[in-house]
Design a binder for this molecule. Structure first.
Ligand code: GDP
Ligand code: ZN
Length: 312
């Protein structure tokens, strides 16, 4: 009796096919490429409006795909102002900077805040360590962010420091790199993931009609362990606006002050009395420069909000 029942279940299973767990490694509009735990890959048809993204954990059964809940979502704003998800279940945001071109003031802080707001761990990657003057540039950054975020000084050209970065990523983290054009993101990705060029080529020869291969976001497994989401063209920045409420709570260097608490619960740490941040600026624990950067970004967010409202 029992055996019969089991056979019946097996047959049912056969008819409807097994459930397979996997992760979306690239999105082609009408289909997603799923990498299963077994190592096999399969293109599964999807509808655009379902909003699946690279990094989504899914269960596939009978060519039907179900998305599992997301741990994190990293968002950006596209050129038309719409919010798009860069990737799901990312762990680390690598903020790439270089002495040439230099990051704009506040860039690193905004990236760190955006990462923390999305639940990602920010790390700083200082590239072009081989350039003259790179040491001075790196030391300035290290002086500010040491003990706050992990920092890697590297060179995509000479390979300096790449071992340490690969080891960090190899702990099994899934990462995404941002940085302004020219800092060397592509060079860096190619250096730590030599298969990257090849993959882009593969997608191209696969002939994705109406789908610009240079904008296909892909999840790559790194040779040294870990994974990396590459979204060519989107890494410049445009991460979704941070809010004035969240800015201080995630601002690098304000961590201790935030534990102290200000007199007012909704303190924005500008001119309010009994402010834990102002107190630390007065005592020198937070440098005037850091505080000014905070105020600048705060004003930029306010201006951005106004601009956004105006557009609507
Ligand atoms: P991306 O715009 O951030 O993707 O930057 P690219 O990878 O295209 O690099 C921009 C320029 O910087 C190229 O000319 C690279 O050869 C150069 N570059 C990238 N990494 C390094 C580096 O570590 N050292 C030096 N000296 N040049 C680099
Ligand atoms: Zn305050």
């Amino acid at each position: 009796m029992k055996i019969k029942q089991k056979r019946g279940e097996e047959q049912k299973e056969k008819k409807s096919g097994p459930e397979k767990k996997g992760v979306i490694v690239s999105h082609h509009g009408i289909a997603v490429d799923v990498l299963f735990e077994s190592g096999e890959r399969q293109l599964v048809k999807v509808k655009r409006r379902e909003g699946h993204v690279v990094g989504d954990n899914v269960v596939v059964k009978d060519h039907r795909l179900t998305r599992l809940p997301r741990k994190t979502e990293l968002c950006r704003r596209d050129s038309r102002g719409s919010v798009r998800i860069v990737g799901a279940n990312l762990d680390v945001l690598g903020v790439v900077v270089s002495p040439m071109p230099m990051p704009t003031p506040g860039y690193i802080d905004q990236a760190i805040v955006a990462a923390r707001q999305a639940g990602l761990t920010p790390v700083l990657v200082i590239n072009k360590g081989d350039l003259e003057g790179a040491r001075i540039f790196a030391d300035e950054i290290i002086a500010i962010y040491k003990g706050i975020v992990d920092i890697f000084v590297v060179s995509a050209i000479t390979g300096e420091g790449l071992d340490a970065l690969e080891k960090y990523l190899g702990q099994g983290v899934r990462s995404f790199f941002v940085g302004i054009t020219g800092v060397g993101k592509s060079s860096l990705l190619n250096a730590i993931c030599p298969a990257l060029d090849l993959r882009v080529g593969e997608l191209f020869t696969a002939g994705n009609r109406g789908c610009n291969t240079t904008t296909v976001s892909t999840l790559h497994s790194l040779p040294g362990g870990g994974e990396l989401v590459d979204t060519p063209g989107f890494n410049e920045f445009g991460l979704v606006d941070i809010s004035t409420e969240d800015l201080a709570g995630f601002f690098p260097g304000f961590e201790a002050a935030m534990e102290d608490r200000c007199r007012f619960r909704d303190c924005r740490h500008r001119t309010e009395p009994g402010c834990a941040v102002s107190k630390r600026v007065e005592s020198g624990e937070i440098s005037q420069e850091r505080y000014d950067t905070y105020l600048d970004i705060f004003d930029q967010i306010l201006a951005g909000d106004a601009r956004f409202k105006f557009r609507r």
